[in-house]
Design a protein around this ligand. Structure first.
Ligand SMILES: NC(=O)c1ccc[n+]([C@@H]2O[C@H](COP(=O)([O-])OP(=O)(O)OC[C@H]3O[C@@H](n4cnc5c(N)ncnc54)[C@H](O)[C@@H]3O)[C@@H](O)[C@H]2O)c1
Length: 288
């Protein structure tokens, strides 16, 4: 396949503000293959006390504008738009600005997400539980809803970020896991409703991918279990058949493939990107 196979196409990626995150890695790789890119993120997220405690921060201020210059260095056009996916007005204006600048949308990647207010279910603040759904599930819905008319016109591709947690959840993560599980079903309905018009849709289920978000999760787990960070990492790696964590580029490689004509007969799939973490028993007694 021609390496510029996305030439003239337009990709919109939410949650792309962090230079260490998956959204930005995807934006850069789609640009390398020829696409013009709109990167979006909330201006500056407000970390909850739990996130703050473990040093997780998020938002466009971390490097959304930097993404634009990196994409332009690759010879593509790029636009950065601040939008909170919880806010319909922001989302409508994100789609409007994309259309105004580029006149089309071929690829939508809904990366924006996270876990807020993590706690045992009996202690979970209702507002934080709802916020987690508002970003992950309802945010994905909002961006899809308002971008759909343009994506259908181009027989486009939608890639929604679920999580390995949708299949194998853990204590404290009820809201996160449930919202990510809902994304799988939502993505399947999208495939059924719009497949006949040529739109393809996918849910990605990353395992442990090295980003600021997973660093925060590991630090929190270490503290909650009173186990050194290195030990938490060792446990995760031992439970992963490939024995390593993924990198944002591993996920970007899959997104690029799904956007290509080589994936033209695929749709509605939920795809783990986990190094095998999703299939393995966490305890392996025998090392070959
Ligand atoms: N890192 C992992 O191991 C892992 C595993 C499974 C799933 N995920 C999912 O992958 C996606 C990307 O995570 P990442 O690890 O690259 O971390 P990240 O922090 O780089 O990405 C999350 C992005 O979502 C943005 N965001 C949060 N609230 C928002 C809002 N209201 N409006 C718009 N944007 C908002 C953040 O600003 C951030 O840029 C997330 O949906 C996450 O749940 C990550």
């Amino acid at each position: 396949m021609n390496s510029n196979f996305l030439e003239d196409k337009v990709a919109l990626i939410t949650g792309a503000g962090s230079p260490n995150g998956m959204g930005q890695a995807i934006a850069l790789q789609l640009a390398e293959h020829g696409a013009n890119i709109v990167v979006s993120d909330i201006e500056k997220g407000t970390p909850d006390p739990f996130q703050k405690n473990y040093g997780y921060e998020f938002g466009a201020y971390k490097g959304l504008d930097l993404a634009v210059s990196k994409i332009e260095d690759l010879g593509r056009k790029a636009l950065a738009i601040r939008a909170d996916v919880r806010n319909s007005k922001d989302v409508k204006s994100l789609i409007k600005s994309t259309r105004k600048e580029f006149g089309r949308i071929d690829i939508l990647v809904n990366v924006a997400g996270g876990a807020w207010g993590t706690a045992l279910i009996k202690d979970y603040e209702e507002s934080e539980f709802i916020k987690t759904f508002d970003v992950n599930m309802f945010g994905t819905f909002r961006v899809c809803k308002y971008a759909l008319p343009y994506l259908i016109r181009k027989k486009g591709v939608i890639i929604n970020f679920s999580s390995g947690a949708a299949k194998r959840t853990n204590m404290f993560y009820s809201a996160y896991a449930a919202s990510k599980a809902a994304i799988i079903s939502f993505t399947e309905t999208l495939a059924i409703e719009y497949g006949p018009r040529g739109l393809r849709t996918f849910a990605l289920l990353p395992g442990m991918i090295e980003t600021d978000l997973s660093k925060f999760e590991i630090a929190a787990t270490s503290d909650i279990l009173n186990m050194p960070i290195e030990e938490v990492i060792r446990h995760y790696k031992e439970a992963t058949p490939l024995g390593i964590f993924g990198k944002p580029i591993d996920v970007a490689n899959l997104v690029t493939f799904l956007c290509s004509d080589n994936a033209s007969f695929l749709t509605g799939l939920s795809i783990p990107v986990t190094g095998g973490l999703d299939i393995a028993n966490p305890v392996s007694e025998i090392k070959l």
